[in-house]
Write a protein that binds this ligand. Structure first.
Ligand code: ADP
Ligand code: ADP
Length: 226
């Protein structure tokens, strides 16, 4: 994928601010990329643009040779459904659906979904299939969210602070689940994080400051999480 001169503005007139300003970077297929940078730098905005949740005001977002910045709402919805998985800090599970039903809902609209029970078993939740989110710990809820996101076998998996609401040890466990899931399903993964351990295991680190890419480095030795 490649971002070329991507800008996204919020507000009007004097209040107009650039959340992304002339953003440029390239990511190889199947890479594990981490986005770092201070709060308000524009990290979530660029993740939303990549996931087709929003469109840029300027620039091109080339994914698999197609510029998704030109997509009409209908095409964007199709792209989001078929190609993208999301994992958020606050899990975003549906409270009145069980763990299994939360995953099933995602697979119902997918072309080539994995079996919801098998995928929940693979993240260690085989004994929690019929529990509701409120009956699960934070770490368990995030593993349901991971199962839901990868159940549709998305080509692109986008994670916004996936361990931000978890304590350090639980965060590390959730990460190793995420890492294993990536290995099994071969997705391109982009994670916004403040967690140093995640940055250390990434293939590529993009540092965003003041709405632009300040630095990008390829990690010569990505370290797996133990
Ligand atoms: P980060 O994820 O790095 O914390 P964001 O991408 O969320 O940063 O935000 C970048 C800037 O854009 C911030 O100044 C934020 O206030 C602004 N912003 C983000 N989303 C909106 C929105 N929906 N409406 C108005 N301003 C927004
Ligand atoms: P983790 O380390 O995965 O976050 P916890 O130590 O928080 O797990 O939780 C241990 C067990 O207690 C979990 O199996 C979870 O299902 C259960 N549990 C945690 N919080 C709640 C809750 N609010 N209501 C019911 N069960 C809970």
């Amino acid at each position: 994928m490649e971002l070329k001169h991507v800008s996204k503005y919020y507000g009007e007139g004097k209040n107009k601010t650039a959340a992304n300003k002339d953003m440029n970077f390239e990511i190889e297929e199947k890479e594990f990329t981490v986005i770092v940078g201070p709060s308000g730098a524009g990290k979530s905005t660029v993740l939303n643009l990549l996931g087709g949740m929003d469109s840029p005001d300027e620039g091109e977002i080339i994914i698999d040779g197609k510029n998704i910045a030109t997509y009409k709402p209908k095409e964007l919805t199709k792209y989001r459904r078929e190609d993208v998985g999301f994992i958020f800090q606050n899990y975003n599970l549906i409270p009145n659906l069980s763990a299994k039903e939360n995953v099933e809902m995602a697979t119902e609209i997918a072309n080539n979904p994995l079996n919801p029970v098998e995928i929940l078993e693979s993240v260690g939740l085989g004994h929690r299939l019929d529990n509701f989110p409120a009956q699960l710990s934070g770490g368990e809820q995030q593993r349901v969210a991971i199962a839901r996101a990868i159940a549709t076998q998305p080509k692109l998996l986008l994670c916004d602070e996936p361990t931000g609401a978890l304590d350090y040890e639980t965060g590390k466990r959730v990460l190793s689940e995420l890492h294993a899931a990536i290995k099994n399903y071969n997705a391109t993964v982009i994670v916004i994080t403040h967690n140093r351990a995640i940055a250390d295991m990434a293939d590529r680190i993009i540092d965003i400051q003041d709405a632009s890419v300040r630095n990008m480095e390829v990690n010569p030795q990505p370290s797996p999480i133990e």
